[in-house]
Design a protein around this ligand. Structure first.
Ligand SMILES: *Cc1c(COP(=O)(O)O)cnc(C)c1O
Length: 366
């Protein structure tokens, strides 16, 4: 068989350890997963109420145009309905961008480290990849502009960036868009938008002041707590959306995901509760890390990238044996770090106790 040659050099996405595997392996009663930036407070209870009363009919194909949710999102963001595209998670929209805009002979520019799916999809499409190292976790936007050449089709910006957590300041973003050639598609991934401090958040209308080459990505997986349902969306000029729509599968988001997202979008109270708890708990965790002298990166998200006195893998393993699954930075091109999702208050207290003990043990060894 003759698939794309690059497939021989690549591996499928390796997911974090599943909770039941870890329980069994270490004989633990309870496991806390702080590895994938999911919402520790669940999701809007309006969704359960609705679904238990009236499930969508599973024998029918979903509405491929996602009409109801499309209208609701368009109203909420004050954009036109033809400026939106929905995907089975924003992961799928990343894939659509690759399929539509990347091919052998062109290249794509991205920060490093960042969300691995940009590179993964670009490699499959055979495009060249130009990675520009972040500086203290922040995008080097001038470096990225310098990396753009006449073969560049797509530039990826991730704000706040995963795994570092840093936000691209509004003025820096505007300056970047001013200087970026208009023929280059700029994808701005805002998966953690809802977690950004209100005073630093940019609205969609701020973003789109005159740019036809910008695609903004948002998701229901993170602050809305619907990672298991797989739904996210992109916002862009209608001509760009029309191009992406050609490569979109006809029924790419499920009826259930559409319905739940529609309800979630309306529950501002849940979102506010999630984001305010997150910022309080994150602040306390940062104070704790300060107290033991562990460095962390600026974060406008629900996770922290923490520098560790031993390799990320060793810290990961130790926490795992104590019932906490985090993400080792060693595999995310951030050696000697772990990425920790901010959990609920009790779990984070327990995690702090474990880290504190670990800190004492490591200090004694030295
Ligand atoms: C989690 C995440 C996504 C993917 O979200 P889905 O909508 O669940 O596919 C995209 N980008 C970044 C930066 C993320 O962290």
């Amino acid at each position: 068989m003759n698939g794309k040659r690059i497939l021989k050099e690549m591996t499928p996405y390796k997911q974090g350890k599943q909770m039941h595997e870890v329980k069994k392996e270490f004989g633990l009663e309870r496991i806390v997963k702080l590895a994938s930036n999911e919402n520790p407070f669940g999701y809007s209870n309006q969704i359960d109420k609705y679904l238990s009363a009236q499930l969508p009919s599973f024998d029918m194909y979903p509405d491929g145009y996602t009409s109801e949710l499309r209208t609701a999102v368009a109203n909420k963001l004050d954009v036109n309905e033809d400026q939106l595209i929905f995907g089975s998670g924003t992961d799928e929209i990343v894939q659509m961008v690759g399929r539509a805009f990347l091919y052998p002979g062109v290249n794509t520019v991205m920060p490093a480290p960042t969300f691995p799916q940009y590179k993964h999809n670009a490699r499959i499409e055979g495009a060249g990849i130009k990675e520009v190292p972040t500086v203290n976790g922040y995008h080097d936007l001038d470096g990225m502009l310098n990396a753009i050449d006449d073969k560049t089709n797509v530039v990826w910006l991730c704000s706040p960036n995963n795994p570092t957590g840093s936000l691209i300041p509004k003025d820096d973003f505007d300056a970047f868009m001013e200087k970026c050639p208009e023929r280059v598609l700029v994808v701005l991934d805002e998966a953690y938008y809802e977690y950004v401090e209100k005073s630093l958040q940019s609205t969609i209308s701020d973003r789109f002041s005159g740019y036809n080459n910008l695609l903004v990505l948002r998701t229901f997986s993170k602050a809305y707590g619907l990672a298991g349902l797989r739904i996210g969306y992109g916002i862009a000029d209608k001509a760009l959306i029309a191009n992406l729509d050609v490569v979109r599968g006809p029924f790419n988001t499920s009826s259930m995901a559409q319905k739940a997202a529609l309800i979630a979008l309306d529950d501002d109270e849940f979102l506010l509760d999630t984001t305010s708890k997150n910022s309080n708990i994150k602040y306390k965790f940062q104070e704790f890390l300060d107290s033991i002298g562990w460095h962390y990166y600026d974060s406008q998200t629900n996770f922290l990238l923490v520098s560790t006195p031993k390799s990320g893998d060793e810290i990961f393993q130790h926490l795992l044996e104590n019932g906490f699954i985090v993400r080792s930075g060693d595999g995310l091109s951030c050696p000697n770090t772990v990425r920790i999702t901010i959990g609920n208050e009790d779990d984070m207290k327990q995690l702090q106790d474990i880290i504190y003990q670990l800190h004492l043990d490591i200090s004694k060894e030295r």
